[in-house]
Design a binder for this molecule. Structure first.
Ligand code: ATP
Length: 432
């Protein structure tokens, strides 16, 4: 992990937040390359979960929601973690993360566990009192539930159907850490899949989404041996859940949650109907009946997914007797798709390279580098996972071909410039 954190900082993937002030505890900023990687992770999810299906629609709800939302959802009452303090060294821990009832740092005695609410509070408007207290959402899901009637009334949907959303969530975690694994501000990719209220339907769609979501991580480069499914014990279920299975990843610090797939039943729609007094039922034509659907929810974290993709792609090998670091990222996720290099800084090569760059930039994120030996330039790109290197050399000036180098195999092919965009598109593989 240490090596990855260093690479991320050195190459502008992820920086500590507010670095010049010594950083803000467990808060991170995505740099120029990190922001591209993160956009690609979200794009990979959005394409598979929304755009390539007819039964899932997108939504982008506000982070700030009516405070009644959190009363109804149960978060005000139940979204808590058990907090204990060490009486000797004063450190704080989550009681449910400890193996014994002694302090893991100094062995000291611990206080009784207190329930600590994880929602971050702020005030709406100029007056800071209880009437103006609102919360930064701790999950994106509630934005979907409160919009259920808007979706049903405007979109001609038929069960089963899903509503998906990507956005920031906030939790006042007691013990954030492990780089971007657990932070207080993070991004989620959640989808609420509404089904008929029937245990058989529920079992079928639960299995379906577990398989889909597991497959998504593998499709975009996670080694399946580093993934496992872990059903929750009864006593660890969230207050809204009728059953949850986590998709876990083998992080350097051990197995940890990557995504949770939960059976939320009609809990959320029932509670919002009760608290808002609004009709949140669905009308089924065939049976001419009204009911509140049940829900299957795959809830993933953008940051945890990105961390897993980085960890599984990090590699060190030797090329032409020189060690290199290489991120073997799936080309679809790679922040930069290709880099263009003039072999020499003369003979019209830089101008030709600029021409190729501008042509490819219409479709792809492309870098340009003319500084240092060609070997050094390839390595700089390998380190940040750029899958293709394009070199303009003396032959280019004669026959309009370039060399196309593959990051993983380092094999070079000679390709005509007017074929480049098509070949790149094929090899990047968004069409897969
Ligand atoms: P944990 O048990 O690790 O606290 P959780 O079970 O509370 O997680 P969920 O409520 O299921 O998490 O949230 C769905 C997803 O959101 C998680 O699988 C994870 O990817 C992401 N997530 C949740 N909390 C955080 C956090 N503090 N930092 C980064 N990602 C998070």
């Amino acid at each position: 992990m240490e090596k990855l954190v260093n690479l991320c900082k050195r190459r502008g993937i992820i920086f500590p937040s507010s670095d010049i002030y010594g950083g803000l505890s467990s808060t991170w900023d995505y740099g120029p390359l990190g922001v591209e990687l993160k956009r690609n992770v979200k794009e990979a999810w959005w394409r598979e979960m929304v755009q390539r299906r007819l039964d899932v629609l997108g939504l982008d709800a506000a982070i700030l929601m009516h405070p009644r939302t959190w009363e109804a959802s149960g978060h005000l009452q139940s979204f808590t973690d058990p907090l204990v303090d060490c009486k000797s060294c004063k450190q704080r821990f989550r009681a449910d993360h400890l193996d014994s009832n002694r302090c893991p740092e100094c062995g000291g005695e611990l206080t009784e566990a207190r329930q600590f609410n994880l929602m971050l509070k702020t005030f709406m408007g100029p007056v800071e009192d209880t009437a103006s207290t609102i919360y930064l959402r701790p999950e994106t899901a509630q934005g979907i539930f409160v919009n259920f009637p808007n979706i049903v009334d405007t979109q001609r949907v038929k069960l089963p159907f899903g509503v998906a959303q990507i956005g920031k969530s906030f939790r006042n975690e007691i013990t954030p850490g492990n780089f971007i694994f657990r932070t207080r501000e993070f991004e989620q990719m959640e989808m609420e899949f509404f089904i008929k209220p029937d245990p058989e339907e529920e079992a079928k769609w639960f299995e379906y989404w577990l398989t889909e979501r597991f497959g998504w991580y593998v499709k975009f480069g996670i080694n399946a041996d580093h993934l496992r499914l872990r059903p929750h014990e009864k006593d660890e279920l969230s207050h809204y859940s009728r059953g949850t299975t986590d998709i876990e990843f083998l992080y350097p610090f051990g197995w940890g949650e990557l995504e949770g797939v939960a059976k939320r039943g009609s809990y959320d729609l029932d509670r919002h109907a009760e608290f808002s007094g609004k009709d949140l039922t669905y009308f089924e034509e065939e049976t001419r009946s009204r009911f509140r659907p049940w829900v299957i929810e795959p809830a993933a974290g953008v940051d945890r997914a990105l961390l897993a993709f980085l960890l599984d792609s990090y590699d060190e090998d030797v090329v032409e007797n020189e060690e290199r670091i290489v991120l073997r990222l799936d080309p679809r996720l790679a922040p930069i798709k290709a880099a263009v290099f003039p072999l020499l800084r003369k003979g019209g090569q830089p101008e030709k390279a600029q021409e190729v760059l501008r042509m490819l930039q219409r479709q792809f994120v492309v870098a340009y580098d003319q500084a240092g030996s060609i070997g050094r330039r390839y390595r700089r790109q390998d380190e940040v996972g750029t899958p293709f290197g394009i070199t303009i050399d003396h032959q280019t000036m004669e026959d309009n071909t370039v060399t196309l180098r593959d990051r993983d195999s380092t094999v070079q092919d000679r390709i005509a410039i007017n074929e480049l965009a098509r070949v790149l598109e094929e090899r990047i593989g968004w069409l897969k």
